[in-house]
Design a protein around this ligand. Sequence first.
Ligand code: ZN
Length: 259
Amino acid sequence: MKGISASGKKVIERSLDKLFDGAAYGLLGPFGRGKSILFTSKSPNLTLAHLFVQAMRNREPNLSERDLLKGLLGTSLNYITALRDRTKASVIDRLDGAIRTGTGKLTTNEFKKIVREEMEKSRKHLQMIAESETTKVRNHGAAMDILKVGESIGAKDPVCYFVVVHDDKTCKYCIKNHLRDDELTPKVFRFSEIKHSYLSTVERKAGDVSTHGQHPHCRCTLVMLSPGFGFKDGRVTYIGMGHDELASQRSADQQGAQP
Ligand SMILES: [Zn+2]
């Protein structure tokens, strides 16, 4: 009972390495190949590093911001590498099993079918990684900008909110946790109240918010609310000198909670 040959295994592994290397390069640029991060805004500017700088409104990142980005990209790369290894294992495992149970040989069509099925699963995962890592990096860049702007106006713990993309794909937690009960007005938070990790189901249900978004595929963007500003029909509006949107939302919530 023979399985897949060692040389066949190598060929498959090598082609998957190449495929995932391309995916990592597309998302992470040279960092995906173990090189240093490129901070230029030259095209193609679709890598995570560029999105981070863009979200900082194209300010040159300082040393600690570069460190943060490096850490974020490192995690993204780990997700891709883990998916690559898992895909290798499952493709080889399935081919091996099919060879052993059959006549000891696979037709080209049988081979193609197995590889196609496994690659389709992997492609979906990769897309999910790309989307969630994009939200994460974009919102971390925005967070760096918020802290910087906050500092310049003397706000150590700035007030922020999430801009929610409204369409048929918007999830209920984005609406519940990022918007008020009218499902239109953004909820405001202190910067220190925002988490910096992927939320668990328990955290999501408890109404927590995070720079990673509410869930994979989350498209909500973190933004700072300047003092004096609030919302009208869900849009940011200047209310008046001394207006404190956070205090006004929280006191409305407390009154609403009273019997
Ligand atoms: Zn969202």
